[in-house]
Design a binder for this molecule. Structure first.
Ligand code: SAM
Length: 172
């Protein structure tokens, strides 16, 4: 992801789902001087851990962690005209992925990248038995069908097979 952000020349990055700030730090390392990253996290305790890790990584000047439900925070960002982000990374509650895609599109510009983690889920998206697999499958289908996007899901071998969705926004 860091390489993708560097290759895209991303100056403004949005992350949905911070946890301890691991992906936040990698993405923030791709930013040029003057770049910024906003990361959204539901849990105040995780946000605290992430802020500490971000401080230790020397990235406080470019990273802001906001606490709250991402859907509410994203709605406010759209209302406040906070776009456009050059890259959005979706990695929060899987049930929210379809909605996050719509918010990410509203906060993007043509050429922006939208990435999403856990897009294969051990293959369960092919025959979903739980709500998370179903939401991820809906998300993948939306990516594949949306004429505003050019997209793929890249398989990654972890403990089990998973994948990252990579989409490029084509139009406003
Ligand atoms: C998979 S973890 C993120 C991992 C992180 N992106 C990384 O790779 O290092 C998902 C995070 O999303 C947060 N989350 C879950 N539901 C959320 C919501 N509705 N709004 C914001 N954050 C949420 C969880 O608290 C958790 O910290």
């Amino acid at each position: 992801m860091q390489l993708l952000a560097e290759t895209a020349g991303a100056r403004r990055i949005l992350e949905i789902g911070t946890l301890g700030g691991y992906s936040t730090i990698h993405l923030a390392r791709a930013l040029p001087a003057g770049g910024s990253l906003v990361s959204l996290e539901l849990d105040e305790r995780y946000a605290g851990v992430a802020r500490e890790n971000i401080r230790e990584a020397g990235l406080v000047d470019r990273v802001e962690v906001r606490v709250g439900d991402a859907k509410a925070l994203l709605a406010r960002m759209v209302e406040d005209g906070e776009g456009a982000f050059d890259l959005t990374f979706i990695d929060a509650d899987k049930g929210g992925y379809p909605a996050y895609l719509e918010w990410a599109l509203r906060l993007s510009r043509p050429g922006s990248l939208i990435l999403a983690d856990n897009a294969i889920r051990g293959g369960s998206v092919l025959d979903p038995e739980d709500e998370y697999a179903r939401a991820t499958r809906d998300f993948n289908e939306a990516l594949a069908k949306d004429p505003r996007l050019s997209a793929l899901v890249l398989p990654l071998i972890r403990e089990r097979i998973d994948g990252i969705a990579i989409a490029r926004v084509l139009v406003d």
